[in-house]
Design a protein around this ligand. Structure first.
Ligand code: UGA
Length: 450
């Protein structure tokens, strides 16, 4: 038998809103709480403030069924709540020490529960936090005399932006860490309806173990990407094919093919922050963490590839016009945080190139972070590429992957294409007369002799 719970989700960003929609879809009553009253007004009007496929529809279903509401009033949100998920941001100033991670919003969210929960409530950390954060929240609970009523669990999320709804509805596993049986029992009730519909491993641990599972998972995936990016550089030097290497490795079930797509380095709001964050945790415990420490360094090398390739092809960047396809850090999202595409745009502008940038959904967010003389925002690939000296594919949106060499050649001033995501057919581009550069491929053809 499953029980319907009252759940509060604190923070209506990516993780928070997806949590609201999916928890409600499994029959719980869910309140989305945010201190930003404007965001709540927009959500009440059915407006989702970022691009995530399927999310607006699932939220609308929850609202129509009477299971989803939004409020900026903490007392209303917490009234009768069984569980309060903390889904707030954990910004970083980018340095690789623990002090650079700002956990004040996590602390403020915990404080809201401590101040307004009117009975027994489980506080759940869903935001990615360093190990030991749950202990700090527990200490706050004790300080405010609410031990016994309020307990703390860690329940990390593993969703990918752009596939967040599907990842959350049908995850590979659910991880819950708590230090007492009663808290575990409440969390089992949260996930019982979901597990009844889509069984997946339910990993129950103590709290700090769950906190580390999250950071270690992200760091491991980032390490896989950095590893294949280094192999890609070797393939470029030797004439080997990095995708065939990844396929050959990936058939080994101990390795797996996923996250072995070489490219221009990882970006986004998670991997860069979580890799440097975990490295900082190691050092905080007087440990070395050499493997993790080198992942970020390796990623920075991969991020330099596009500018080097464009320089090889164009000779001088100064005075050249380059069309950049994609601004988002990956397809199917408008998120541009730590987007390698924008890092490349900045580097090209700094080198004196003119850049014509386009993206199907991320241009408004890109415009807020990149700027400069020589930058033109274009609303279509055709507009961006027309008259450019070279085209650089930064984000593998399906509409860019589908572009043909003939089409691109008819728009470009000179037939130069640089593929940072290994999605264009190099042989077809070379047959069409292109100077073609691709990650993990020897310039001038597979064997470098054309
Ligand atoms: C990542 C993790 O995949 C999620 O499991 C996790 O929940 C999330 O972080 C988080 O901590 O919130 P996300 O950052 O949304 O998800 O996106 P990914 O699909 O993991 O891509 C991250 C970056 O790696 C992108 O820039 C992508 O282009 C790059 N990438 C990914 C590669 O270069 N190669 C690959 O094979 C895969």
């Amino acid at each position: 038998m499953t029980t319907s719970l009252k759940i509060v989700v604190i923070g209506t960003g990516h993780v928070g809103l997806v949590s609201v929609a999916t928890l409600a879809s499994f029959g719980h009553t869910v309140v989305g709480f945010d201190v930003n009253a404007d965001t709540i007004t927009r959500l009440r009007a059915g407006e989702v403030h970022f691009h995530e496929p399927g999310l607006a529809d699932l939220l609308a279903e929850g609202v129509a069924a009477g299971r989803v509401t939004f409020t900026a009033d903490p007392a209303e949100a917490l009234q009768g709540a069984d569980v309060a998920f903390i889904c707030v941001g954990t910004p970083t100033s980018g340095e690789d020490d623990l002090e650079s991670l700002d956990l004040s919003m996590v602390q403020a969210a915990a404080r809201v529960v401590i101040d307004y929960a009117d009975g027994a409530t489980v506080i759940v950390e869903k935001s990615t936090v360093p190990p030991g954060t749950g202990d700090r929240i527990e200490a706050m609970i004790a300080l405010h005399g609410r031990t016994g009523e309020l307990t703390v669990a860690s329940n990390p999320e593993f969703l990918r932006e752009g596939q967040a709804v599907e990842d959350t509805l049908r995850p590979d596993r659910i991880v819950v860490g708590a230090n007492d049986e009663a808290t575990h029992a409440v969390m089992e009730a949260v996930y019982a309806p979901q597990l009844a519909q889509h069984g997946c491993p339910y990993v129950a641990t103590d709290r700090v173990t769950a906190e580390i599972i999250k950071q270690a998972s992200n760091a491991f995936l980032a390490m896989k990407i950095s590893f294949i990016n280094e192999i890609a550089a070797l393939c470029e030097s030797t004439g080997a094919d990095v995708n065939a290497v990844a396929d050959g490795m990936g058939h080994d079930r101990r390795i797996g093919r996923a996250f072995l797509n070489a490219g221009i380095g990882y970006g986004g709001s998670c991997f860069p922050k979580d890799v440097t964050g975990l490295y900082a945790v190691f050092r905080d415990h007087d440990l070395v963490g050499q493997v993790i420490g080198s992942v970020q360094w390796s990623n920075e090398q991969a991020m330099e590839w596009p500018v080097k390739a464009l320089k090889r092809a164009l000779w001088n960047l100064k005075g050249s016009t380059i069309a950049v396809l994609g601004a988002a850090f990956k397809p199917h999202t408008d998120d541009v945080r730590e987007s390698v595409a924008l890092h490349v745009v900045d580097a090209l502008l700094a080198a004196g190139a003119k850049v014509r940038l386009t993206d199907p959904v991320a241009l408004p967010k890109a415009a807020a972070v990149v700027d400069g003389e020589g930058l033109t925002m274009c609303t279509s690939a055709e507009e961006a590429v027309t008259g450019a000296d070279a085209v650089f594919l930064a984000t593998e949106w399906p509409e860019y992957v589908r572009l043909s060499p003939a089409e691109l050649a008819s728009w470009l001033a000179t037939p130069i294409a640089v593929d940072g995501r290994i999605v264009w057919d190099g042989d077809a581009f070379e047959a069409a007369g292109f100077t073609f550069h691709q990650v993990g491929r020897k310039p001038g053809g597979r064997n470098g002799n054309q």
